[in-house]
Design a protein around this ligand. Structure first.
Ligand code: PNS
Length: 185
C-alpha cells in the first residue's frame, strides 16, 4: 500500500468551491490525490459522468499531483486497486459528522488498512453542498461564488436552453455586435 496516495471519493454533482477547496488542501498533504467520481447507476444525476469528469479535469489542470477517475462498486475495492492508503472526506458541520463517521467505520470494517482522513473546507463554504447548489440553480437562483465559474456556466447552459444557444453562437462568432442605426438626414 502506498502511503502517498489518497482517494477523494464523491458524487460531485456538480463540483462546488467546497470540493475544490478540499482538493487543493489535500493535494498539499498527499503525494498523489485521486478524485474518484462514483458511477452510480441508481441515481439520476444532473450532470452525466462525462460532464463531471470534464469539469473536474479542467478545474484541477494546474494541480500536477491530482488525478480524476471514476469508480463503481465498493470504494474500498477501488482504493485498493489504485494502491491508496487514505480516504479524504470533507466535514463542513457537526451535521456531516454522523454520516461520515458511519461511513468511515463501515469502510474500516471492510478494509482495516485504509484510513479515513477528515478535512474542513474554508468556513466560507461551510454551508455549500451540491444538493443545495442544484436546488437553487434549478429555480433560477444565483450560485456564483459557490461553484467555480465553469460550473456556473454549465449549470446555466443545462437549465436554460436559450443561454446555451447564445453561448454556442457566441463561441462560433455568429452573434454580431449590434449595428449602429444611421441617423436620418
Ligand atoms: O459525495 P457523496 O455522495 O457524499 O459521496 C458518497 C460516496 C460516493 C463516497 C459513497 O457513497 C461511496 O463510497 N459509495 C461507493 C459504495 C461504497 O463503497 N459504499 C460503502 C460506503 S460505507
Amino acid at each position: 500500500m502506498n502511503k502517498g496516495i489518497a482517494i477523494y471519493p464523491g458524487s460531485f454533482d456538480p463540483p462546488t468551491n467546497g470540493h475544490l477547496d478540499l482538493i487543493q488542501r489535500g493535494s498539499k498533504i498527499f503525494e498523489e490525490l485521486v478524485v474518484a467520481i462514483l458511477r452510480n447507476t441508481e441515481k439520476s444525476p444532473m450532470f452525466s459522468l462525462a460532464e463531471r469528469l470534464e469539469m473536474l479535469r479542467e478545474l484541477t489542470a494546474d494541480l500536477k499531483n491530482v488525478r480524476i477517475d471514476t469508480f463503481g462498486g465498493l470504494m474500498v475495492e477501488y482504493a485498493k486497486s489504485i494502491d491508496a492508503m487514505c480516504v479524504l472526506r470533507g466535514i463542513r458541520a457537526i451535521s456531516d459528522y454522523e454520516y461520515e463517521l458511519q461511513m468511515a467505520l463501515m469502510n474500516r470494517k471492510l478494509e482495516p488498512t485504509l484510513e479515513t482522513v477528515f478535512m474542513m473546507p474554508a468556513d466560507k463554504y461551510s454551508y455549500v453542498s451540491s444538493r443545495l447548489v442544484r436546488e437553487v440553480a434549478q429555480v433560477g437562483g444565483p450560485v456564483k461564488g459557490l461553484v467555480p465559474d465553469v460550473v456556473d456556466q454549465k449549470l446555466r447552459e443545462k437549465l436554460d436552453p436559450a443561454y446555451k444557444l447564445h453561448m454556442q453562437m457566441e463561441r462560433k462568432n455568429v452573434i454580431e455586435a449590434p449595428k449602429r442605426r444611421k441617423k436620418k438626414a
